[in-house]
Structure formats: structure tokens, C-alpha cells
Design a protein. Structure first.
Length: 73
């Protein structure tokens, strides 16, 4: 009986600590701060380093497509 009571108290204490930790994350907006200060700069650095083709150097072909005419009938 004593062991069960001790286990129940330990589980309640663990749940209370978990609740307090989650409340601190919510109250101080720690998840948003983590995303803003750590994840976003990492993703910006990652995606800024990706090599992309320069679309301003692509040829512009005016005559690539056939002549388009409206049909009035």
C-alpha cells in the first residue's frame, strides 16, 4: 500500500512539473522565440545558399509561338 501511494505521489509530482513546464513555454512564448531566433535564421541561411538559375539571362523568344488570331465567326 505504501509503495502504491508513493508511486501515485511521484506520478502526480511529475505531472505537476510537466504542467508547470508547459505553462512556462506558453506564458513566455518560448516556442515562438525558438522559431524566430533559431529556426528562421537557419532556414534563411540554408535557402539563401541554394544555387538558382538567373532568369534575367534566359533568351526571350518573341516568335516562339505561332501567330494567334481571333475568330469572329
Amino acid at each position: 500500500m505504501k509503495k502504491g501511494k508513493k508511486l501515485l505521489i511521484a506520478a502526480a509530482g511529475g505531472l505537476a512539473a510537466l504542467y508547470a513546464g508547459l505553462f512556462a513555454v506558453f506564458y513566455f512564448d518560448l516556442d515562438g522565440k525558438l522559431l524566430y531566433h533559431v529556426v528562421e535564421p537557419f532556414l534563411c541561411r540554408h535557402y539563401d545558399r541554394i544555387e538558382r538559375r538567373d532568369i534575367t539571362k534566359a533568351p526571350y523568344d518573341m516568335d516562339k509561338y505561332g501567330k494567334y488570331e481571333y475568330s469572329t465567326e
